[in-house]
Design a protein around this ligand. Structure first.
Ligand code: BGC
Length: 747
């Protein structure tokens, strides 16, 4: 697990290496070498480059240069841009190095280098917009700032399914549904790459919990695997054609992901035709020949297996020379195809204003209004005379997620300022205070009081004196550690109960990594799920509460009433009080203690599919979200070949708003999938009383099942039930459409 050790940097920068001059990032003049010829395609140019390389140069490209700034004492080579990793280039061939930056929700470790990076809303919050345009915008903020900071490769693009709602990294992932996750994260990676920065999709695959992630063996039958976790990767990779796919730490059905022939060679490269390179998660490589033959192309962050050991394996014929050439081809091809080779990054000042505006726009689209009894929201700027704001440091800022996705806050943590880069293992609050916007901009005439929310009795007293009480609650999540339960940590449930008892107009704003329990749901009037809303989050929350923006986000995950309703009532391997059960880091005493995590319990019934199949009522269903207006659905038609459906949506309320119209399909009985699944959606804007006809294309892949016998997706003949509406459990439109079989939809 990378940990930042700032003191190493000054020393390491003084090291001189013969490999590459410092910051070889300026555009190069056109040169005569044949691979500089832009009229050739990326494969042709890559072939020429590989042909020109020595054995040593090839080996140099297939591994990283060490932990760098992430670990004290590790050398930092010249040309290293001080991100998570660096693979030096080959100046003799005018090939730049690869500078990797962790950038799941914005660029990590910027403050340490006196740089600035925008904190975007968490990926799950982005997915809650259901807006592919917002996903592209999200990626373009990351791509733009990576370029500005001199990086040419992003490591982000988390598309693991939210199979385990208590997973510490759910804030880095999009959703529990493969179609929603694949489409949103695919657009995100497209946005990154549009900036001529190499993009990445991670963690391949089934890295669905953090507890024991380095040792656990995820078990999942092949059909379920292809229709759930792998389908999300398939869609995202197909859309974005990313430069890199990062293989994950865990084992899958026996083999480590980074030496798993089925995952890397058979599915990713053969079935999906992936042309980029597979890089290991940091210290996720476990072998030389096995990994190389299975399809791993680059070891990170060091050279334990893919340095001299790989050279020897090639010389001995254990790994064919052609395989090494293929690894190198994939790496340089990706550099050329993404534009990072011909248009290398040029450092300049990051635009914080643009970043903030973009982050705020995405937050405003992705925050979900879950409850609004008696029309308590929106609050009126004109009429509100007093408001009590309680808890979660809402007086100074909003929460962010931890681990390698942590972005540095301007001026450090707003609660406990520090200097330099953000810590790995403690919450960081960004200076975007919801209270400030309420007090200064949205309710300047109201009396605004604040209570820290530590003592429920004191908070109740403050709440009782105001017309409205807004309680902020939070759940801090981080890499390497899952939540023990869905409950909010600390005494926050008691806090909400106490405030709700004191004030009949209580509204709860949740800042969480994913779904949480709400035992107080029946006691409060309003509930807003804000996720980790990013650097524009305070303003976004205030704008939604006061109706300057009409809420439109919808849940990308099911919120369960209680842990016992989940397929796994406890996170497998997580012992109360031990955090990750001591099995996160590779170099720990439990490293050899692999244990199974049996995802066959739910198989393909992930999230809402589990709840529907088991007849369990969720707290809030997948796809759910309220607006300050209402929408009505009518007149669904389907093309006879099942290629699209259309219907009308009307805004029947008095204010303009966006609706996310969703389409679900239940396959014929012979498919053996007794649940509906999301197959398409559209986000539409409607003025009051406006009606729009919406057409939604249905991708044959999403109507198919994976046939293990035929090793491909096929469409079963029979009657398909198509339903449409505003959430997975509110589908007023139904159609039954007979469709013929299709024997070869996709691999
Ligand atoms: C994480 C990756 C990250 C890498 C480099 C690992 O701990 O799992 O997501 O990209 O570190 O920081």
């Amino acid at each position: 697990m990378p940990r930042l050790v700032p003191a190493v940097c000054c020393f390491a920068l003084l090291l001189v290496s013969p490999i590459e001059p410092m910051f070889a990032q300026t555009p190069r003049p056109a040169l005569a070498e044949p691979w500089m010829n832009r009229s050739l395609n990326a494969d042709e140019r890559a072939d020429l480059l590989v042909h020109a390389m020595t054995m040593e140069e090839k080996i140099q490209l297939v591994h990283g240069s060490g932990w760098g700034v992430l670990r004290a004492g590790d050398p930092i080579l010249p040309g290293h841009n001080l991100g998570a990793g660096f693979t030096p280039g080959i100046p003799r061939l005018h090939l730049p190095g690869i500078n990797f930056a962790d950038s799941a929700v914005g660029i990590r470790m910027a403050a340490l280098q006196s740089r600035y990076a925008t904190l975007l809303p968490s990926v799950i919050g982005m997915a809650a917009t259901w807006d592919p345009g917002s996903a592209t915008l999200y990626g373009s903020v990351i791509g733009r700032e990576l370029r500005d900071q001199g990086f040419n490769m992003s490591i982000g693009g988390g598309v693991d399914l939210i199979r385990e709602p208590r997973n510490g990294r759910n804030f880095e992932y999009a959703s529990e549904d493969p179609v929603l996750s694949g489409i949103m994260v695919g657009h995100l990676a497209e946005g990154v790459q549009a900036n001529h920065v190499m993009g990445d999709i991670k963690h391949y695959a089934v890295n669905d919990q953090e507890t024991g992630r380095n040792v656990l063996n995820a078990l999942l039958d092949r059909r379920s695997l292809r229709e759930t976790d792998l389908l999300a990767f398939q869609i995202a990779i197909g859309l974005a054609k990313p430069a890199g796919v990062m293989c994950s730490y865990n084992r899958l059905n026996g083999d480590y992901a980074c030496e798993n022939d089925y995952l890397l060679h058979q599915v990713l490269k053969q079935d999906w035709g992936f042309k980029g390179f597979v890089l290991s998660d940091w210290e996720g490589t476990h072998s030389t020949s096995k990994a190389a033959l299975a399809g791993l192309d680059m070891e990170q962050p060091g050279d334990t297996y893919f340095g001299s050991a790989l050279k020897l394996a090639v010389e001995r014929g254990e790994v064919p020379q052609l395989r090494l050439d293929d690894m190198v081809h994939r790496i340089v091809r990706s550099m050329i195809a993404s534009g990072a080779f011909d248009d290398p990054p040029v450092r300049r000042v990051v635009d914080p204003f643009q970043g903030r505006d973009d982050a705020q726009k995405i937050a405003e689209e992705g925050i979900v209004l879950l409850q609004n009894h008696g029309g308590v929201l929106p609050l009126s700027s004109m009429k509100l005379s007093s408001v009590a704001i309680i808890g979660a440091h809402a007086d100074v800022g909003v929460l962010s997620g931890g681990g390698s996705a942590q972005v540095d806050a301007p001026n450090g943590d707003a609660v406990h300022p520090y200097f330099g880069s953000s810590p790995w293992n403690q919450p960081v609050v960004f200076p975007s205070s919801p209270m400030r916007y309420i007090r200064e901009q949205l309710a300047p005439g109201a009396s605004v009081t604040f209570d820290e929310g530590i003592d429920p009795a004191s908070a109740a007293k403050t709440a009782a004196q105001a017309k409205v009480a807004i309680v902020f609650v939070q759940q801090w999540m981080t890499e390497g550690q899952d939540a023990e339960t869905l409950s909010l940590p600390g005494n926050q449930d008691a806090l909400v109960h106490a405030v709700a008892a004191a004030n009949p107009n209580t509204i709860v704003v949740i800042e969480s990594g994913g779904p949480v329990k709400m035992p107080w749901k029946g006691e409060v009037k309003g509930i807003l799920e804000a996720w980790y809303p990013g650097i524009g989050g305070g303003q976004a929350i205030a704008n939604l509460l006061f109706g300057c923006v009409n809420p439109s986000g919808k849940l990308p995950v099911t919120f369960a009433v209680k842990d016992e309703d989940l397929p796994h009532p406890h996170v497998t391997g997580l012992t109360a009080g031990t955090g990750n059960n001591g099995m996160d880091g590779k170099n720990n005493p439990n490293a050899d203690k692999s244990f199974p995590v049996d995802y066959n319990v739910e198989g393909m019934m992930v999230g809402y599919k589990w709840f529907q199949s088991k007849g369990k009522a969720p707290l809030f269903p997948f796809g759910f979200g309220l607006s300050y207006t209402q929408f009505a659905y009518a007149d669904m038609e389907a093309k006879p070949d099942g290629s699209s459906v259309s219907f009308t949506v009307k805004n029947v309320g008095a204010r303009g708003g966006d609706e996310i119209a969703q389409v679900y399909v239940t396959l014929p009985g012979s498919a053996g999938e007794p649940f509906r699944k999301l197959v398409g959606w559209k986000r539409i804007s409607l003025a009051p009383q406006e009606v729009k006809r919406v057409e939604i294309a249905l991708d044959p892949l999403f109507l198919s099942v994976f046939s293990v016998a035929q090793d491909r997706f096929v469409r079963m003949p029979g009657e398909y039930l198509i339903e449409a509406g505003g959430s997975s459990s509110d589908l007023p439109l139904h159609l039954r459409v007979p469709l013929g079989g299709l024997s070869d939809v996709a691999h």
